[in-house]
Design a protein around this ligand. Structure first.
Ligand SMILES: [Zn+2]
Length: 151
């Protein structure tokens, strides 16, 4: 594992190269799949995501939604309301699965949102007034860049 300095974000990045290194971090309470402190190649992300979210497409979706529910706070990222019981509808993709199937199982590509704000994010116009809009636009730029670089 290599520690590098990111000029862009002015903080330390931990570069992970193998699944073993990923598992080492998870055992110590980190989650490199969405913690911005970690830097993983697209290929490694893909391998780990296939490992975690395996099966038919509906099974993969279910595993992905449950994983995100288990690993993230049960609060709407927009209005902070508490979400008491699990529903797959609380996991809102930032870039849609239909246009970006490569990012369908990336834990960075979603927000935990209440039903009202999930619906608001789905609207290209209405989403612009959301608190999470700027943060999501930055994530969109980052994810799209990774997709371009991968090719
Ligand atoms: Zn909300």
């Amino acid at each position: 594992m290599l520690t590098i300095w990111s000029n862009q974000r002015k903080k330390k990045l931990l570069k992970i190269y193998t699944i073993e290194e990923y598992e080492y971090c998870v055992k110590r309470g980190y989650e490199p799949l969405y913690d911005a402190m970690f830097d993983l190649s697209f290929t490694l992300r893909f391998l780990i995501q296939n490992d975690l979210f395996f099966g038919t497409v509906p099974e993969r979706n279910q595993r992905y939604y449950l994983w995100n529910w288990k690993h993230k706070k049960h609060r709407c990222e927009e209005c902070n309301s508490h979400l008491s019981e699990y529903s797959a509808s609380f996991i809102s993709h930032i870039l849609p699965r239909s246009s970006y199937p490569e990012l369908a199982f990336d834990p960075r590509n979603n927000n935990i949102l209440c039903l009202f704000h999930h619906a608001q994010w789905e609207s290209e116009e209405k989403r612009k007034t959301m608190r999470i809009y700027d943060k999501n636009m930055q994530m969109i730029e980052r994810l799209k860049n990774e997709l371009i670089k991968r090719k």
